[in-house]
Design a protein around this ligand. Structure first.
Ligand code: NAD
Ligand code: LMR
Length: 328
């Protein structure tokens, strides 16, 4: 039996993500939590003739406790999205507190659940969740994930003309680092099956993967950021975690994890100089079973991208850790 919970379920991501989870045969129970509108969203989804039993909660009457109790997997898309001209870090002021408080709820009511953080800035919100879990004595690094799947999905889509796949998701293109601008590093040289990108197209393609989010923010023109593609990506990652937890083997997805707490991660942490980093991770019954180091043998161009990513990541991670350790 799998109980999935969406925190921020009434939002632009939350609604289509809840739809995909409701439609999935892998989910037996689905609890929706938000500060607004969950009764309506839950009532709407409850008419779908799929397996999952659905419930909706608001903060009143212990709603968070009721939503989280018995959870196996919790996905967090709660928080404000960007408007044109904003960076993801500009969201920290509001979203840091939202993620901290929701993480406190998970620590209390569902300490063994897999926690998947979508709320931006992911480079800081995941360290925030980790610090909250540590303070509560329940931190299991194998169970905490920053969702960076949308960067992978974009890399697959934007390189289709070179990878040659009719279905672009058939390409495996690792994207490592973090989830904002220069901290996003597509490692095209590590794609499998391998393919060539013409030299005169390389910089533009890297830039498009790094700043794909801005493309959507600009096109939505003040109405938010990526929601539908994010729901697709969030569901893809959640499904991978659930399938692996049920014993399916060989599932590998890049995700932003606390490296020292995952087998194989220490080596990547030493090589990069950061503790939180997105790298391909082999998923298993207990979550992140193994962090896979694919940084050896990258190209000189990719080395430069990695240096810039790590420089940006350090400050983002520190900011998240400080927010919990020394609250403003
Ligand atoms: P949205 O404003 O449409 O929805 C956010 C939802 O969160 C709203 O329904 C709101 O009521 C709810 N919420 C606010 N405070 C809450 C709280 N304390 N508890 C529960 N729910 C709360 O925003 P969106 O477009 O769905 O984006 C959500 C977040 O996801 C943003 O921070 C955005 O930047 C981020 N995002 C991340 C990725 C990624 O790749 N990781 C991609 C796209 C968006
Ligand atoms: C994205 O990559 O689309 C998200 O992180 C949302 C954003 O702010 O760009």
């Amino acid at each position: 039996m799998v109980k999935a919970v969406v925190l921020g379920a009434s939002g632009g991501i939350g609604q289509p993500l809840s739809l995909l989870l409701k439609a999935s045969p892998l989910v037996d129970e689905l609890a929706l939590y938000d500060v607004v509108n969950t009764p309506g969203v839950a009532a709407d989804l409850s008419h779908i003739s799929s397996v999952a039993k659905i419930t909706g909660f608001l903060p009143a009457d212990d709603g968070l406790k009721k939503a989280l109790t018995g959870a196996d997997i919790v996905v967090i898309p709660a928080g404000i999205p960007r408007k044109p001209g904003m960076t993801r870090d500009d969201l920290f002021k509001i979203n840091a507190g939202i993620v901290r408080d929701l993480a406190k709820g998970i620590a209390e009511f569902a300490p063994k659940a897999f926690t998947l953080v979508i709320s931006n800035p992911v480079n800081s919100t995941v360290p925030i969740a980790a610090e909250v879990f540590k303070a509560a004595g329940v931190f299991d690094p194998k169970r905490l994930f920053g969702v960076t799947t949308l960067d992978v999905v974009r890399a697959e889509t934007f390189t289709q003309e070179f990878s040659g796949h009719k279905d672009p998701s058939q390409a495996t293109i690792p994207v490592v680092g973090g989830h904002s601008g220069e901290t996003i590093v597509p490692l095209f040289s590590k794609a499998s099956p391998s393919f060539q990108i013409p030299a005169d197209r390389y910089d533009a393609l890297v830039n498009r993967v790094q700043f794909g989010g801005d493309e959507v923010v600009k096109a939505k023109d003040g109405a938010g950021s990526a929601t539908l593609s994010m729901a697709y990506a969030g569901f893809r990652f959640a499904e991978a975690v659930i399938k692996a937890s049920k014993g399916e083997k060989g599932i590998i997805e890049p995700t932003f994890v606390f490296l020292p707490g995952v087998a194989g991660g220490e080596e990547i942490s030493k090589a990069t100089g950061v503790e939180f980093f997105s790298t391909p991770v082999e998923l298993g019954p207990h979550g992140a079973e193994k962090a896979i180091n694919i940084l050896d043998g990258v190209t000189e161009q990719e080395k430069k991208l990695l240096e810039a990513a790590v420089a940006g990541l350090k400050g983002n991670i520190e900011k998240g850790v400080e927010f919990v350790k020394n609250p403003p």
